[in-house]
Design a binder for this molecule. Structure first.
Ligand code: CU
Length: 150
């Protein structure tokens, strides 16, 4: 374990971060902002948006999302006029991953109740390298971001 390949570094880095929460100079340093969910029209599904900034010098990947409010949360990207589910999205080093109307978005399905404006939905973000980040995503008005299309 002395000479670490990048892949090995990623694995041991995740373990180290889970253990102590420290961050070396080359590790991803993630921060979430601007999270919100437009109040859905029905209790069937909802969209979610946020920004994940990475101040670190190593890229990370958002690999999965879970929520206590939904049985299923998937990550979608928009290509041209259509959207598709993806298994992960990069959070580039010294950059950010942006979810916004008309672009990347989270899709909450199998909702356990209709999210109401003014409440918050707990969302846990899972990454390839960093520890999971739990956020409280505020539910905004349905028209807060009108261009989701679903
Ligand atoms: Cu979608």
């Amino acid at each position: 374990m002395r000479r670490l390949t990048p892949a090995a570094l990623a694995i041991t880095g995740a373990v180290a971060l889970a253990g102590c929460g420290g961050s070396g100079s080359s590790a991803p340093e993630l921060a979430v902002s601007s999270a919100y969910m437009p109040q859905p029209v029905t209790g069937e599904m909802a969209a979610g948006f946020l920004k994940i900034a990475n101040k670190g010098g190593t890229k990370d990947e958002l690999t999965s999302v879970t929520s206590s409010a939904a049985g299923s949360v998937t990550v979608h990207e928009t290509v041209g006029q259509s959207m598709r589910e993806v298994s992960s999205l990069d959070v580039p080093a010294h950059g950010q991953l942006v979810f916004k109307s008309g672009g990347n978005h989270l899709m909450f399905e199998k909702l356990k109740g209709k999210p109401e404006q003014g409440t918050k939905v707990t969302v846990e973000l899972h990454f390839a390298k960093s520890r999971p980040i739990t956020i409280e995503m505020p539910v905004k008005s349905a028209t807060y971001n009108p261009a989701t299309g679903h």
